[in-house]
Design a protein around this ligand. Structure first.
Ligand code: SF4
Length: 461
């Protein structure tokens, strides 16, 4: 048997350690799959077993950005200097805004909300530009819901409304909603009826048993048609066809199937929440789900996008009582989308400082909002250089959550999932930076309060 010669010292140096991180969590979409086996060589992920095409691209394309961890006014600086400057900007601001938060851990989100509280600021998340209307509807109607585990084991009627999981959440069908064999669905897909409601035939529609193609911008009318049929109210067939673009007898057939189901679920996406009607559409869907529980068990769930946007809603809600668009300038939280949502606050030129965490408003907000953000001092946190970091007063290059940083993220069904990182980053985590900024902001606020105590009051006695 041939024996390979021993490696010389240079070869030993060049040898890269290969390790496998089992059950790692993918944070690319709201499915937050926590069964991924990552094969890691040094600071490169070379394989991501069980990840879908989007997850593969998230893991395999990950590269450490070797820029300095901190820039002040575009110039490299020490992280401690960046923390000091960030704390000064926030503590001196009269109307500070904190925005983003959907692509980081819930631990970081928690500290960010604390900072907003100390500085009497406004805190908003990317929910305001995606499922914000659902957040408003939940406040008004409530949500009949369940975990994805229950869907997997029980749901024999699965409806997707304005959502295209085959492309946006590629493992949704196979892991949770259509294909898996469950405790009460021993034959998997054969035991389920799949329905897609949409304005066009998407890739998901091809996987469905029933495709309900409605007229664009008629979701509200479609949902109220179903609400009426759930209560056996007679409808005018011509009117229904004119309003929804779908015939009454087919709506009736769908309602009959929904009533016969043992456990139904409606997943809804931005095709519902961001078309005409917005929160009124979400309210109609939540109310329909509630109505269906007079006949059988029915639940609904938004199909959330970014990895931890659900965590952002949860954390902001447990800290303030509201999921996004919260203002604390009066010392208590006030919720008013349109007034306290980041794009509106900026477009009206109200904020005089901002802190943007894991988001790129310079890349996707309206022109007036971007112009105003550019004109005020703000702090940006991102693992990569973006248009937002480029214009910031203080830019922190941070470690990537899930790949370099542990913590907690929430799956789209509000179940918290732990992260198992693959390798360390040379950059700090945003949690570490936010914690330091919070400590310094508290010191500065205390100093300000002491100064104000000794200053003669200008108010009349
Ligand atoms: S479905 Fe979503 S969370 Fe799961 S592997 Fe694909 S991108 Fe990642």
């Amino acid at each position: 048997m041939a024996v390979s010669p021993p490696l010389d010292s240079e070869q030993l140096d060049n040898q890269v350690e290969h390790k496998v991180v089992q059950d790692a969590t993918c944070t690319f979409c709201g499915c937050v799959c926590d069964d991924i086996d990552l094969h890691v060589e040094g600071d490169k992920i070379v394989d991501a077993k069980r990840a879908c095409v989007l997850g593969n691209s998230w893991f395999l394309n990950h590269e450490i950005d070797h820029r300095p961890s901190c820039h002040i006014d575009g110039k490299p600086a020490e992280v401690t200097q960046g923390v000091e400057r960030a704390a000064q900007i926030l503590a001196q601001s009269k109307y500070p805004l904190i925005y983003g938060l959907s692509d980081t851990t819930s631990e970081s989100q928690r500290v960010a909300v604390s900072i907003a509280d100390w500085i009497d600021g406004t805190v908003d998340t990317t929910t305001s530009v995606c499922h914000g209307p659902s957040g408003m509807a939940f406040q008004g109607v409530g949500e009949v819901t369940c975990s994805l585990g229950e869907v997997r084991n029980r749901a024999d009627m699965v409806i997707f409304w304005g959502s295209n999981p085959a492309e946006s959440h590629p493992r949704h069908f196979t892991k949770y909603s259509l294909m898996p064999k469950g405790m009460f669905l021993p034959n998997g897909r054969k035991d389920r009826t799949a329905v897609i409601v949409d304005v066009r035939k998407t890739k998901s529609a091809k996987a469905a048993d029933i495709f309900v193609q409605i007229k664009p911008r008629s979701d509200f009318e479609g949902l109220w048609t179903l609400r009426a049929l759930a209560q056996d109210i007679e409808l005018d067939a011509e009117q229904v066809l004119a309003d929804t673009g779908y015939p009454l007898d087919k709506w009736q057939d769908l309602m009959d199937r929904m009533k016969r189901a043992r456990f139904g679920v409606i997943f809804f996406g931005m095709g519902l929440t961001m078309t005409r009607g917005k929160h009124a559409n979400s309210e109609a869907l939540l109310a329909l789900t509630r109505d269906m529980n007079r006949h059988t068990r029915f639940v609904c769930k938004p199909n959330r996008g970014h990895g931890n946007v659900t965590g952002a809603d949860n954390v902001v809600a447990w800290r303030t009582g509201y999921p996004f668009g919260v203002n604390m300038s009066r010392g208590y939280p006030r919720f008013n989308p349109g007034e306290y949502t980041a794009s509106d606050v900026l477009a009206r030129g109200e904020a005089d400082a901002a802190m943007i965490i894991a988001s790129d408003p310079m890349g996707n907000f309206s022109q007036p909002a971007r112009e105003h953000l550019k004109s005020i001092p703000y702090i940006a946190f991102d693992p990569k250089e973006t248009p937002t970091t480029r214009h910031s007063a203080v830019a922190f290059t941070v470690a990537t959550y899930g790949i370099n940083v542990p913590g907690t993220v929430y799956r789209m069904d509000d179940v918290p999932i732990p992260l198992r990182p693959a390798f360390e980053s040379p950059h700090p985590s945003d949690l570490e930076l936010l914690t330091n900024i919070e400590t310094r902001v508290r010191e500065l606020k205390k100093q300000q309060a002491n100064c104000n105590k000794h200053r003669p009051s200008l108010r009349p006695a």
